[in-house]
Design a protein. Structure first.
Length: 306
């Protein structure tokens, strides 16, 4: 069937505060995250869907919008932007929508999409790897990657796939382990990425036997950046980390500004995320120590209802 071409002219950007939004973007769409000031937001972190494509409408009119933004450039966000550029996911070929859904699932859950065939997931994993390392190639890569995939889909071409990266990522994870940068405190596995290049979480989880992990790295503004996630390879993993997120947001807010609220919600300048993975504030380094984070994560696991 004939398809309308994607909108390749609309600005695509990453922003975690109003100051980061391009000046020309006044009425914009936010996907896979809640960019402050968005006219429309489709964010599965708020609505609970497994991947962000599932939080988006089948079709919509992009007329009158002047930008598409997200808070974190990753595969799930790229897939969502591609859907926006086509005016909705229903305007994508079914095979391509399945492939992007599989890649998004690997991005967010690190395992194959449970409702897609094995051959689709095999390709989806490679597409996710290609997107991930393309995004790491340069600071302005997000918009370029989104437009590249949209163009290939419109032209009926295969999406790029990379199946060579995982072994290299496993080697990086082994090196971290050998340096003593991966350790365990009770039910929490710690990974210290300070001063190291990013490592695929899937490779890290192969070396962490705990049900929950905490990854720590430097924040560009100083202090620490924490990412807390459920280990998908652990049989005894919790189904939700929401209580841990609540406790950490309360503790961060107790440290004062820039936190605006003890509730982990968009605009609070506090911790945020979804049921199985979340992180410390976007725009400043957390004031909480590693020991405090372990304490609140552990309490959130052991007393999930508060």
């Amino acid at each position: 069937m004939d398809r309308n071409p994607p909108n390749l002219e609309i600005p695509v950007f990453v922003a975690t505060s109003a100051q980061h939004v391009p000046a020309q973007c006044v009425r914009f769409v936010s996907v896979d995250g809640s960019v402050p000031g968005a006219a429309v937001t489709w964010d599965h972190h708020l609505t609970g869907e497994e991947i962000n494509l599932d939080a988006m409408p089948a079709r919509f009119d992009l007329t009158g919008f002047d930008g598409v933004g997200t808070t974190l450039a990753d595969t799930d966000a790229v897939a969502s932007v591609v859907a926006v550029l086509f005016g909705g996911k229903a305007n994508l070929p079914v095979a391509m929508l399945d492939l992007l859904s599989s890649a998004s699932y690997f991005c967010d859950h690190l395992i194959p999409h449970p409702r897609l065939p094995a051959e689709v997931n095999e390709r989806g994993r490679g597409v996710h790897a290609h997107i991930t390392w393309s995004l790491h190639s340069r600071p302005d890569a997000f918009g370029a990657v989104c437009r590249q995939l949209a163009t290939l889909i419109f032209e009926g071409k295969e999406l790029p796939s990379d199946t060579t990266r995982h072994d290299a990522q496993r080697a990086l994870a082994r090196a971290l382990d050998a340096e003593g940068r991966i350790w365990q405190v009770g039910k929490v596995g710690l990974v210290d990425l300070r001063g190291r290049e990013p490592v695929d979480p899937e490779a890290l989880y192969e070396r962490v036997s705990c049900p929950v992990s905490v990854l720590l790295s430097e924040h560009p503004q100083g202090g620490l950046r924490y990412t807390v996630g459920v280990n998908p390879l652990c049989k005894d993993r919790p189904t939700s980390l929401h209580r841990a997120l609540e406790l950490l947001a309360i503790a961060e807010h107790a440290c004062g500004a820039p936190s605006l609220s003890p509730v982990p919600k968009p605009g609070s300048e506090n911790w945020g995320g979804r049921a199985t993975v979340f992180g410390s504030p976007w725009n400043y380094g957390s004031r909480l120590s590693v020991e405090e984070v372990i304490r609140w994560v552990t309490e959130g696991i052991e007393k999930p209802t508060g």
